[in-house]
Design a protein around this ligand. Structure first.
Ligand code: GLN
Length: 285
């Protein structure tokens, strides 16, 4: 059965609307563009063109997945972060717009250093590590994740954006992979899992059922990883000068206290676009 672009879009928008997806028409168009490689203008101008059987089958599969709340980024395998496209798979958290504030705050805090060595904890897609390397051409980045599949995705993204030679990816738990090294890291940067365990169940189905739980669950009060990130700094051969953390809503005060206790007395907070204290930077000197 041959189906035109216009017919496929109409049917897809209907299915997405029925499934309760917001902006069904826009998502149907965007998935068609991603699936066919056609620009949006082509879809508008050539509605009578028929889709090949293969493209139509793939499009229906994608629409069915989207109707089942699978995030758009996992279906098309890509998400933009700070203007660059990043490959994403269900092994990694989809980069969030608020995490751009973490990158910006880290870049600002590192302004006095021409050749910083950054230790990032919780690589995921590699969005933070790769963007830091892109924005700071003099920087070396070491990035650690417990998930080997995530490290593989991050390696792809580092290569794609031409920074594989300055982004070193290690598998392991927090500081363990870097602890034996004689490196004085300038900064430790992390967007750790920070959702309190009891709140996981209340997250949107697209997040709860599709994104990796290990990248979201921050323990009973959501602060487990900030405690470890601050208390275990002593495992490193030298204390870093700067800490930069993304935090969950309402966590800024507690995380600042943890930084103070670890000897990082000067702290700065950055709000995200929703007005939530989202990033903490702390300096020791
Ligand atoms: N910001 C993410 C969310 O709300 C959580 C990311 C994290 O736990 N670091 O889904």
């Amino acid at each position: 059965m041959s189906v035109t672009i216009k017919e496929a879009l109409l049917r897809a928008s209907f299915l997405l609307r029925e499934a309760g997806v917001e902006n069904p028409r826009r998502e149907a168009e965007a998935l068609l563009c991603a699936g066919t490689g056609f620009p949006l203008a082509h879809i508008y101008a050539h509605g009578e063109e028929t889709l090949t059987e293969e493209l139509h089958t793939r499009y229906l599969d994608w629409i069915t997945r989207r109707a089942g709340e699978e995030p758009f980024a996992y279906i098309c395998g890509e998400r933009e972060f700070m203007g660059l496209p990043f490959r994403v798979t269900p092994d990694v958290l989809i980069p969030r717009p608020e995490t751009e504030f973490l990158v910006e705050a880290t870049v600002a805090a590192l302004a006095p250093y021409s050749q910083p060595h950054i230790l990032e904890v919780g690589t995921g897609s590699g969005a933070v590590a790769v963007m830091l390397a892109v924005l700071l051409p003099g920087a070396q980045v070491t990035s650690v994740d417990t998930s080997l599949p995530a490290i593989t995705v991050a390696a792809d993204n580092a290569a794609r954006h031409g920074v594989a030679d300055r982004v070193r990816l290690l598998t392991g738990d927090i500081y363990a992979p870097a602890a034996a090294e004689e490196i004085h890291f300038t900064a430790v940067v992390s967007n750790p899992p920070y959702i309190p365990t009891a709140e996981i169940d209340g997250l949107a189905p697209g997040v709860k059922e599709h994104e990796p739980l290990q990248a979201l669950d921050g323990g009973p009060d959501g602060l487990t990883f900030y405690r470890r990130l601050t208390r275990e700094l002593v495992l490193l051969s030298h204390l870093p000068d700067i800490l930069a953390f993304e935090v969950g809503a309402g966590q800024a005060h507690s995380v600042i206290q943890l930084c103070h206790t670890a000897g990082y007395k000067k702290t700065r907070q950055v709000k995200d676009l929703a007005g939530i204290e989202r990033v903490i930077t702390a300096t020791r000197l």
